[in-house]
Write a protein that binds this ligand. Structure first.
Ligand code: MN
Length: 297
């Protein structure tokens, strides 16, 4: 029997009408390496006059990692950055001790397709000063007649410029047509795959479009097959060895007191999260109450 684990993603809605498949965290698998959150947004076509608008909200203890496939999103943050992210680019926001931002479609009535991921920061880095970077160019390497974009970490002799703080990898594999390749893997990493477009088999297991396939550490390679054009997201990382992570709303912490403090700081506008550069039409979000919630480590 294959050691692979199938994790069905949850269908949800971001904002008013942006369809999302949320693959991480999953009840049976909260992280893959330090990757602790994965939303597959779209592909979707917004109605005329409509778009994605996420009002000001805070983050702590993590990096937000946005991979844009179709459409353009305007990011504004409390460090004063205003950055359009375009297809083929990564936006990497390191929240550390605290940052806040807004995300808006750059144009209404457009198509949108993206992956939004979070990377948990290790104990030694989780209180670092916030930072933001746009990476307009990521390295691309051939793998047979497939094309591999190195979004994070290193693969096939290339290294992403995105700064991460634990050993991990993030790839997008593009197949032009039906075919098969062997992707070399770091046997110390656990891995996971999610189809973004098309149909894929991972070591002979067919992936449905709405699930994450998890592979435990130990393999030095994996056979990937497509039945036609394919876009596949590939994640990996050293299994999390730090203090168990708690994830609540937009926060990654280590204990309930730390999360309560972040919630109070945001809702009370203590100054910890700065002031987001103005411009978004969406209202500031209110952090939901944490009281009574049972947090699982
Ligand atoms: Mn955010």
């Amino acid at each position: 029997m294959s050691p692979a684990q199938r994790l069905p993603a949850r269908k949800t809605i971001l904002g008013v009408d942006t369809p999302i498949l949320r693959a991480l965290p999953h009840r049976e698998r909260r992280m893959v390496g330090a990757w602790c959150f994965l939303d597959h947004l779209g592909p979707t076509q917004f109605a005329p006059g409509d778009g994605m608008h996420v009002g000001a909200h805070p983050h702590i203890g993590l990096q937000t990692f946005t991979w844009m496939i179709e459409g353009e999103v305007l990011h504004r943050d409390s460090l004063g950055n205003e950055q359009v992210i375009r297809p083929g680019q990564v936006n990497l926001m390191t929240a550390g001790h605290g940052i806040s931002h807004t995300e808006d479609s750059a144009a209404e009535g457009a198509r949108m397709h993206a992956a939004q991921l979070w990377i948990a920061l290790p104990d030694a880095e989780r209180d670092r000063a916030p930072a933001f970077q746009n990476h307009p160019v990521l390295p691309v390497r051939p793998l047979g007649d497939w094309q591999v974009t190195v979004l994070a970490g290193s693969a096939l002799g290339a290294t992403s410029p995105a700064q991460v703080f634990t050993p991990l990898v993030g790839l997008e594999l593009l197949a032009p047509a039906a075919g098969e390749v062997r992707l070399p893997l770091d046997p110390g990493f656990e891995h996971a795959a999610m189809v973004l477009e098309g149909e894929a088999w991972v070591d002979g297991e067919r992936l449905d479009a709405d699930e994450l396939l998890y592979l435990p550490p130990g393999a030095d390679g994996v056979n990937l097959r497509s039945s036609g054009p394919l876009r596949l997201l590939w994640l990996g990382g050293q299994p999390w060895a730090d203090t168990p992570m708690l994830l609540w709303w937009n926060f990654v912490g280590r204990d309930q007191a730390g999360l309560e403090a972040a919630l109070a700081d945001w809702n009370g506008d203590s100054g910890r999260f700065g002031t987001v550069r103005p411009g978004s039409p969406a209202p500031r979000l209110v952090a939901p109450a944490l009281a009574g919630v049972h947090l699982k480590a």
